[in-house]
Ligand binder design. Structure first.
Ligand SMILES: Nc1ncnc2c1ncn2[C@@H]1O[C@H](COP(=O)(O)OP(=O)(O)OP(=O)(O)O)[C@@H](O)[C@H]1O
Ligand SMILES: [Mg+2]
Length: 249
């Protein structure tokens, strides 16, 4: 399996608070990794360190042939090169309200990647079709349900052709019946072997889509392994009690 993202001995502090502790982890091409763990364990921070929305104090990040050492000052060129490898989908969609659905999807590739507009319109329409929203291409975000807005945000992330897709609780702002339509899109992407890292509290979803689970607690990776192993991990009391507590909410 090709590794394309890895952290070595990575530490992240927020002032005196040590939020990620000596993280050593690899993310592989074509794999869907789900990050689980209690609130405050560092899941979002870990995800945000991959695209440098947060900058660790020590350790290294490698994305394919790029390597940054966090003890040195990060230059703008490296920062941009790292960022171009990933696209993040947030809990709160973050669409541009004054742009139509199609414009939202193709804006990044045209302005950032300098892609041809006519070509992008056609690609954008294909991506909207993929997330089941081609019929909404001329609508504005405010005219869409939360689930539809999140599917547009996914199409927008795909339009940037990132090597890795990052999702931070992509369905936690949605009603349960809208959650399903977003999870179906993510499941289809996982089946296409897209490279994805997903933070979620939805264990049933994790069980179905994840090739691999990372379980974080107090800023440490307590489990890193196959999904089946995680859910059948009867010896690890901490994991068992986490799974149990999530199932009886
Ligand atoms: N910008 C920040 N400034 C200071 N502390 C922060 C900041 N962001 C996160 N933290 C702290 O870092 C720790 C990890 O936060 P993080 O958001 O990564 O947790 P999480 O696992 O994503 O939690 P949740 O499941 O609630 O989203 C928490 O104690 C949080 O309070
Ligand atoms: Mg979080």
């Amino acid at each position: 399996m090709d590794t394309i993202v890895s952290f070595t001995d990575m530490n992240k502090h927020f002032n005196e608070h040590h939020v990620l502790k000596n993280i050593n982890v690899q993310f592989n091409k074509g794999e869907t990794t789900v990050i689980l763990g209690p609130s405050g364990s560092g899941k979002s921070t870990l995800l945000r360190c991959i695209n440098l929305l947060e900058i660790p104090q020590t350790g290294t990040l490698e994305i394919e042939s790029l390597k940054v050492d966090f003890t040195a000052k990060l230059n703008q060129k490296d920062r941009l090169s790292i960022r171009q490898n990933t696209a993040m989908v947030f809990q709160s969609f973050n669409l541009f309200p004054h742009m139509t659905v199609l414009e939202n999807v193709i804006e990044g590739p045209i302005t950032v990647l300098k892609k041809d507009k006519t070509k992008m319109v056609s690609i954008g329409e294909q991506l909207l079709e993929k997330v089941g929203l081609l019929h909404k291409k001329d609508s504005f975000p405010s005219q869409l349900s939360g689930g539809q807005q999140q599917r547009v945000a996914i199409a927008r992330a795909l339009a940037m052709e990132p090597k890795f897709l990052l999702f931070d609780e992509p369905t936690s702002a949605l009603d349960p019946e809208l959650e399903g339509e977003v999870l179906k899109v993510l499941k289809a992407l996982a089946e296409e072997d897209k490279s994805m890292i997903i933070v979620t509290h939805n264990l049933n979803f994790a069980r179905v889509v994840a090739d691999r689970i990372l379980f974080l607690e107090n800023g440490e990776i307590v489990f890193d392994g196959k999904t089946e192993q995680f859910f059948n991990n009867t010896e690890n009391e901490r994991i068992n009690s986490f799974i149990q507590s999530m199932q009886f909410i």
